[in-house]
Design a protein around this ligand. Structure first.
Ligand code: ZN
Length: 506
């Protein structure tokens, strides 16, 4: 290995190690940290973020990168060429952000997060509004740095931070037909005579037992607990701390077995993606990182929805749950679980929503945040705009801001342009699943026997092991054989809900 390549790798590993320290600080903040530790935690976050940024934008990094780019041996190797392409992208972007702005954003995120927790607990949007304004201002400043004097749309620049290559206009193009189909399906389901029985929901189970059951299921799916943890937090999440350490959290309630399991499957999907990226030797290199949030989300949705909400999964899981929780679930059949987990029940809270109406939640956030970022919607008008949209799209009244525009953590963390990646993930997942069904023979029978390894192996081979070698759009074409579109997801929802509610075929 040449000297400049070794130098580039060493520096990137140092940056990634600093990021892993931030990740660990965040994990602790969400799971263990006492309430009064918030102010000092903000200081810790700001210091580590500044060090990571300074290390990454250091001129010596630029020199090592330029030398590698001029090295024909590296340029001729497709993996190294992809690595250099992605490092260059990250480096040029990071160079445009002044270190002071990075530190300010990091500290603001940490403090705004604490303010949001209080505001949400008190259901007081006005308490959070100054922080929301500040976050919008910082995001506009960040976007202006990235735009570098160009005239790119502010929102497009922010989306590109999470889903490289994606734009607001492209999201609109994908979302519009999905929204029409979702509203139509929602109406058909509402008119259906068959109602999924409430036999599964509402069963009271001890939280300690649920924790053990959830751990058992994710281990069976392929989550490596020797290289990960499953803990509890208010807002379930997954975080890749570093090689050999990928953690997930869930929240439990005695009478919400189905919700906890769904969210555990979701986070395990994220975590198994991280565990499938070959990290040890390449830590810090783009080929040892995930492609985009949309692709990340496709992995969580695939396990949560395509596996965990399938008939075949419950053929295996129902008897497991019955014997584990005996006698609480005696008499429940796989179809009872299948119907319970697929019941369409619009809810004011996004993470409590069903698979169909979930995307309507995302679309309203996309429209509102885009309007706020562009200055077309004032934060003072946000609660009213939010509540109107929930009424028109979901037919629900928002009882208070806690269950309205204060419910999500994203804006409090300064993340604008993040929300659409959830539905993009659903779109990717549906296309990947269609490909998987074609390429893995006897998939349903194998799931019904609890053989999930074939799914994980396929995902590792086709998606995980490549890291950022391909862009999200290239990866989609390679795996699904087509560009990202809306048809696969609409087809999936229609088939599934048609089955659950015995809808007339169209
Ligand atoms: Zn997710």
């Amino acid at each position: 290995m040449s000297e400049h390549h070794r130098e580039l790798r060493r520096r990137l590993r140092e940056v990634a190690t600093l990021h892993s320290v931030s990740a660990l600080l965040s994990w602790d903040q969400e799971t263990m940290m006492p309430a009064r530790g918030g102010a000092f935690r903000a200081e810790q976050h700001a210091l580590v973020a500044r060090l990571a940024h300074e290390t990454f934008v250091h001129p010596a990094m630029g020199e090592a990168l330029a030398a590698c780019e001029a090295d024909p041996a590296l340029a001729g190797d497709p993996v190294q060429a992809a690595n250099l392409r992605e490092i260059r992208r990250d480096y040029d972007r990071a160079r445009r952000l002044p270190a002071e702005l990075v530190a300010e954003m990091s500290e603001t995120n940490s403090r705004s997060l604490e303010a949001w927790k209080t505001a949400r607990a008190e259901s007081s949007f006005e308490r959070f509004r100054p922080w929301l304004d500040r976050q919008l201002e910082l995001n506009r400043r960040k976007a202006a740095c990235y735009a570098d004097g160009g005239d790119a749309d502010v929102y497009d620049i922010l989306v590109d931070c999470f889903e490289p290559g994606m734009t607001g206009a492209e999201i609109e193009r994908l979302f519009a037909p999905l929204r029409r189909a979702s509203v139509e399906l929602h109406r058909e389901v509402g008119d259906a005579e068959l109602r999924p029985s409430g036999k599964v929901r509402g069963i009271e189970l001890s939280v300690a037992d649920q924790k053990r059951f959830n751990a058992r299921v994710v281990e069976r799916l392929g989550f490596d607990l020797a290289g990960g943890r499953l803990d509890v937090s208010t807002h379930p999440f997954s975080t890749a701390i570093g090689p050999g350490d990928t953690r997930i959290t869930t929240r439990y309630r005695a009478d919400k077995f189905v919700d906890a399991l769904s969210s555990t499957l979701h986070e395990a999907g994220h975590a198994m993606y991280e565990q499938g990226i070959p990290r040890e030797a390449e830590f810090g290199q783009p080929i040892a990182e995930s492609v985009s949030l949309g692709i990340h989300e496709s992995q969580s949705r695939l396990w949560e929805n395509h596996v965990g909400r399938s008939r075949a999964f419950w053929e295996w899981a129902a008897p497991e749950a019955r014997s584990f929780f005996a006698p609480a679930m005696d008499g429940l059949e796989p179809r009872d679980f299948f119907r319970a987990v697929n019941a369409v029940r619009p809810h004011p809270i996004r993470v409590e929503s069903d698979e169909l109406t979930y995307n309507l939640h995302i679309m309203l956030r996309f429209d509102l945040e885009r309007a706020m970022v562009r200055g077309e919607l004032s934060t003072a008008d946000l609660p009213a705009a939010w509540n109107d949209r929930v009424r028109s799209d979901l037919g629900l009244d928002v009882p208070d801001d806690r269950r309205g525009c204060l419910q999500d953590i994203h804006w409090a963390m300064g993340s604008f342009g993040y929300f659409p990646t959830y539905t993009l993930g659903n779109l990717y997942a549906a296309q990947f699943w269609n490909a998987l069904e074609v390429e893995v023979p006897g998939l349903e029978e194998r799931m019904a026997r609890g053989e999930f390894g074939v799914i994980l192996d396929w995902l590792r081979e086709r998606i995980h092991r490549h890291g950022r070698r391909y862009t999200a759009a290239e990866l989609c074409r390679r795996v699904a054989g087509e560009a990202l579109g809306h048809e696969a997801l609409i087809g999936h929802l229609r088939r599934k809900l048609g089955d659950v509610y015995r809808l007339a075929p169209t």
